[in-house]
Ligand binder design. Sequence first.
Ligand code: CUA
Length: 159
Amino acid sequence: MNVDLYERIWMWLAGALILVFLGVIVSTAAMGAIQPPSHVETIDPTTVAAHPEFGEPAVKTNADGSVTVSAVAAMFSFTPDPIEVPAGRKVTFRLTSSDVIHGFQVVGTNANAMVVPGYVSQFSVTFDTPGEYVIACNEYCGTMHHAMVGKLIVKREQP
Ligand code: CUA
């Protein structure tokens, strides 16, 4: 089969571009620790307030020293607020919504997840730098979406 020279050049260029794009996806996923959505865990969004874990969302320290944050997003705030966690330790966030889709982004870190009613979003992260961080809702959720912010306090571990 005779393929014109320019046709061949364009085919190779298009093939190379596809490889470049795939490489960008793989490298950003590896360097930014980007993961696909977490395990599928469902929850009835209408009974979140009576749920044993999310009815009283809180920060808990586990036996191995890691920390679990159970938090609820609802128009237009996060509970608990502020959330206080220790620096340098593994923090597992478990998030759910009792109304609409919200976002949960700890600004300046790669902690960022969608909070979808009916599901528990879970991810783990270690904050190395103590300080106060803004938690922003980054999914449009209603008229006061822009005001839906929380605070994360990362405390230095006492020696
Ligand atoms: Cu919650 Cu936007």
